[in-house]
Write a protein that binds this ligand. Structure first.
Ligand code: TZP
Ligand code: MG
Length: 216
């Protein structure tokens, strides 16, 4: 469906129900997709929705993403990911272990893991992750988060055989920095959800990332 994981990772829109009214949820994702977002991560942490609503929204979201040929991964929720027919799952260090998730997943699937140091990175790699997420800059969007120091992050990227996606505090203005460290893309929440014009923000970040990536 998508060209390559590296291309799909250029700009991942991570969903957040907190920044815009509920009736703008899908239209904001659609705007980002129309303007070139290459991946979507369905992340529901607002606590506002019951599982039935998370499922229903997920079905709409996966349908929308697939209309644009863009993969959808679900954050944390293996059950929701499988139920809606998502393309993969993104997990952190406190979620279901990757080998367990992979065992339950029917076949294929894109598995992303958030890592914050070399040990976590090596383990995710050994366990068969497809890509890694790593915290780039400070952010107020996620509590219990600290970004990886730049020097460590670049050494992680250098050592890793997996594509890495930078997340945390990324805006068009700084998106080229993690690409310079060797990341293949960025994932954003507030830079798009909080933007006065999500279309312009999406295009601007993507253009910055693509320019920095060159033909990578
Ligand atoms: N994981 C690490 S930082 C973060 C997540 C989900 C939040 C990123 O939000 P923003 O607004 O793009 O800094
Ligand atoms: Mg998680």
């Amino acid at each position: 469906m998508y060209k390559s994981i590296n291309a799909a990772m250029s700009l991942c829109l991570v969903t957040d129900a907190g920044f815009r009214p509920a009736d703008e949820f899908l239209s904001t994702v659609e705007t980002a997709l129309k303007n070139g977002a290459t991946m979507v991560q369905y992340r529901e942490k607002s606590g506002r929705y019951c599982d039935k609503e998370i499922y229903d929204r997920g079905i709409e979201l996966v349908t929308l993403c697939h209309r644009f040929g863009v993969p959808l991964v679900v954050d944390d929720r293996l059950d929701i990911a499988m139920a809606i027919g998502a393309d993969g799952l993104h997990i952190g260090q406190n979620d279901l272990p990757l080998p367990v998730a992979k065992q339950i997943w029917p076949e294929g699937g894109i598995f992303g893991v958030s890592v914050a140091d070399l040990r976590e990175m090596r383990l995710a790699q050994e366990q068969g992750a497809d890509y890694l997420g790593v915290g780039a800059f400070p952010t107020t969007t996620k509590k219990d988060y600290s970004n990886v120091e730049a020097k460590l992050l670049s050494s992680m990227v250098k050592e890793s055989s997996l594509p890495m996606m930078a997340i945390g505090g990324i805006q068009a203005e700084n998106a080229s920095i993690p690409i310079g460290w060797g990341c293949v893309g960025v994932a954003v929440i507030s830079a798009i959800w909080k933007a006065p014009d999500p279309a312009v923000a999406t295009r601007h970040i993507l253009e910055t990332v693509r320019k920095a990536k060159g033909d990578r």
